[in-house]
Design a protein around this ligand. Structure first.
Ligand code: RNT
Ligand code: ZN
Length: 429
């Protein structure tokens, strides 16, 4: 036996031993760990393609996104082509347990060196993405790209005062839904197409009504054609403020809440789109009273930035808990949305996605006594158990899950990313 094999065997034995103890401990609290792991494997997370190239897209490589999307950092090795982006995603996916999805933006189409404007995009421009997804057993989600474009330069798109500019973006969004449906059809997995627009103002508007009326009208035009919900689901994403739209955002929370409820659309809750101390976890059970499904953009706001890499903090744990403890796994589509160019981009995907899944696992392992105590009016036990639960051995269950899913346990994935950085990323410039 080689030393490496011995180390591997020792590690596996260690993981299994720890898991057995953890299993016992959870069983003593009435938690069925095996069932939790089965459920966990059924929850897909949609990885956002735009972490891989700083929201650049493949129309005009190198341009900064603009329209309030600020990516900071200069870490070397960002993907410059669709093939590079797919290669980077392949690595990230090999380090993340479970079967997941990829969330694409329209400007990641492959246009064969031709200039294809946003109002001209077609499913064929995404053929390579679709076959890559099929090969890897992934689902795809989609987004019209209503930013990084001369027709969005003044910060307005679907709510623009100019009718022909509005029409241009309406056409782009209509085509995006068709592409979403084509993806859903090709993969046999429903695509969620999310509309986010930057429209807003840096300073106090004189008229808040007219832009909102225009937005509602444009959206109605975008969604006019019925598309089978088996193929594509439409989502709309509100925001409180952005860089350059500090005083007014046309598509506010209330705007899109009303829109989603009245038009039967999915509402997208982005964790970075509210007041700095306002979380989205508490919103899930509220909005799900009035709409069948929602989309999440799991992110992490830090001061004025809404898009830091997702870490395992209280906000994330609360989001995951609201989904699984209430059995909302099928009604809440989980997507990620952050971008960090100051660290290795494959690591950024891996850290955020592993954390999302880890948070779901912790929630799935919640001892039933917490809910039971509440039902019985025993709030003392509820608080005591909420606190005791925080140090239960979920780390051992997580390692076991990773091992079973054939991905690196613990920090071992970092070695893979470093190797890739040396062999592949460092050669890009
Ligand atoms: C912007 C929104 C939006 C974007 C992506 C790139 O504030 O969160 O979801 O981050 O579409
Ligand atoms: Zn978002």
């Amino acid at each position: 036996m080689t030393l490496a094999n011995f180390a591997l065997m020792y590690k596996t034995k260690h993981i299994e031993k720890s898991y057995a103890l953890a299993h016992e401990r959870y069983a003593s609290l009435g938690v069925d760990v095996q069932q939790a792991l089965k459920n966990l494997a059924q929850i897909p997370v949609s990885l956002h393609c735009w972490q891989g190239d700083d929201v650049g897209g493949f129309e005009n490589v190198g341009a900064a996104p603009g329209n309030g999307l600020a990516v900071t950092g200069q870490y070397p090795g960002k993907a410059r082509t669709p093939d590079e982006l797919r290669a980077d995603l392949n690595l990230a996916l090999s380090l993340i347990p479970g079967k997941h999805r990829l969330n694409l933006h329209a400007f990641y189409g492959e246009f064969g060196g031709k200039r294809v404007d946003r109002d001209q995009i077609e499913p064929k421009h995404f053929a390579n993405w679709i076959s890559w997804a099929k090969k890897n057993g992934l689902g795809l989600d989609f987004n019209p790209t209503c930013f990084s474009h001369p027709k969005a330069a003044d910060g307005f798109t679907l709510a623009h005062t100019n009718k022909s500019i509005r029409q241009f973006w309406i056409e782009h969004c209509i085509r995006s839904r068709e592409i979403g449906a084509a993806m859903g059809r090709a993969l046999g997995k429903t695509c969620v197409t999310n509309v986010w627009i930057p429209d807003g103002m840096k300073d106090t508007p004189a008229d808040r009504v007219a832009p909102r009326a225009r937005l509602a009208e444009s959206l109605d035009a975008v969604f006019k054609k019925a598309i089978s919900p088996k193929l594509n689901l439409d989502a709309v994403e509100p925001k409180l403020f952005g860089i350059g739209s500090e005083s007014f955002v046309v598509g506010s929370h209330e705007f899109y809440m009303g829109y989603a409820v009245s038009r039967k659309k999915l509402l997208t809750l982005d964790a970075g789109h509210y007041h700095p101390t306002e979380g989205i976890a508490d919103k899930i059970s509220s909005v799900l009273q009035f709409m069948p499904e929602i989309l999440l953009h799991v992110s992490r706001g830090v001061r004025w930035d809404s898009d830091h890499v997702v870490i395992l903090n209280d906000d994330l744990l609360a989001i995951a808990r609201e989904i699984v403890v209430n059995g909302f796994e099928k009604r809440v589509h989980i997507g990620l949305d952050y971008f960090d160019a100051s660290i290795n981009r494959v690591a950024a995907w891996t850290i955020g996605t592993r954390n999302m899944i880890r948070a779901l696992l912790i929630a799935l392992l919640e001892p039933p006594v917490i809910k039971i105590a509440e039902v019985n009016g025993d709030l003392t036990t509820r608080l005591a158990m909420q606190e005791e639960t925080k140090t239960l051995p979920y780390g051992a269950v997580w390692d076991f899950y990773c091992e079973n899913q054939g991905v690196p346990t613990g920090e071992n994935w970092v070695t893979e990313v470093k190797r890739y950085e040396k062999e592949v990323l460092s050669k890009r410039n």
